[in-house]
Design a protein around this ligand. Sequence first.
Ligand SMILES: NC(=O)c1ccc[n+]([C@@H]2O[C@H](COP(=O)([O-])OP(=O)(O)OC[C@H]3O[C@@H](n4cnc5c(N)ncnc54)[C@H](OP(=O)(O)O)[C@@H]3O)[C@@H](O)[C@H]2O)c1
Length: 256
Amino acid sequence: MDIVLLGSGNVATHLGRALVGAGHRVRQVYSRTEPHARALAEVLGAEAATDLARIDKQADAYIIAVKDDAIDAVAAQLEGVQGMVVHTAGSVDMAVLASHATVYGVLYPLQTFSKAKAVDFSNVPLAVEASQQAVLKRLEALAGSLSDRVFRCDSKQRLSLHVAAVFACNFTNHFYAIAADVLNKHGLDFDLIRPLILETAQKVMAHLPKDVQTGPAVRNDVRTMGKHVELLASDPELERFYRLFSKRIGRFAAKD
Ligand SMILES: NC(=O)c1ccc[n+]([C@@H]2O[C@H](COP(=O)([O-])OP(=O)(O)OC[C@H]3O[C@@H](n4cnc5c(N)ncnc54)[C@H](OP(=O)(O)O)[C@@H]3O)[C@@H](O)[C@H]2O)c1
């Protein structure tokens, strides 16, 4: 397919590479920031564009991978294109594209992307949704050329996927950052805790998270939790988090 990529961030970079790797042609990369558009366009063998009025109107697909809040405004400037217009967001309803395009859909990659880290796109679950059955087939074919894990999902289900992803990935990563801070304050290195992080993630590959919960909260080790709260006393917000999550873990365990 001939594709115009709108955005030059984490998703546009990984998706662009996967598209080219699968034999598609990225005709243009649009970004409002010229050096960003140029850098990604160069990698993908595409033309760089910074003006939405000059977007190529002949492409088969227009993939919008910009900040969620900017999707509507970018799509609004694509009026008149014939190809399908697709966004990549977890929490933006497909309907946002309805007043701007005749054929449209969503291609949501359920993975965490950072430019600095390579991702094997063939393993990335891709949620697809489209305005019409024929468009869905085209989008599924495009997604299927990138990944072995393509599934249909409506906008409400996709929103729940994104909420789950925020807990499983974004919040967890923030908790890693908190762990790094706690260790740092006591002269210890984050490296020490990396095997624990890996083992925790590997365990839930084969078990349900609630079945492999460990720690003082699930054992109801009250004195240990008290000592932890004391250690966190200089950061009242963190202390509150600690109490809140311990309480939740305790409740989950009691339910079983
Ligand atoms: N990162 C992930 O792990 C992930 C996973 C799945 C889905 N997504 C979705 O993919 C989309 C892109 O996310 P990302 O992580 O790639 O974001 P990102 O790395 O922060 O890049 C954001 C892109 O949006 C552009 N942008 C920001 N504000 C804009 C505006 N007002 N007008 C036009 N362009 C604007 C930025 O342009 P400049 O370069 O000029 O700032 C940049 O190209 C989002 O809808 C996100 O929900 C992300």
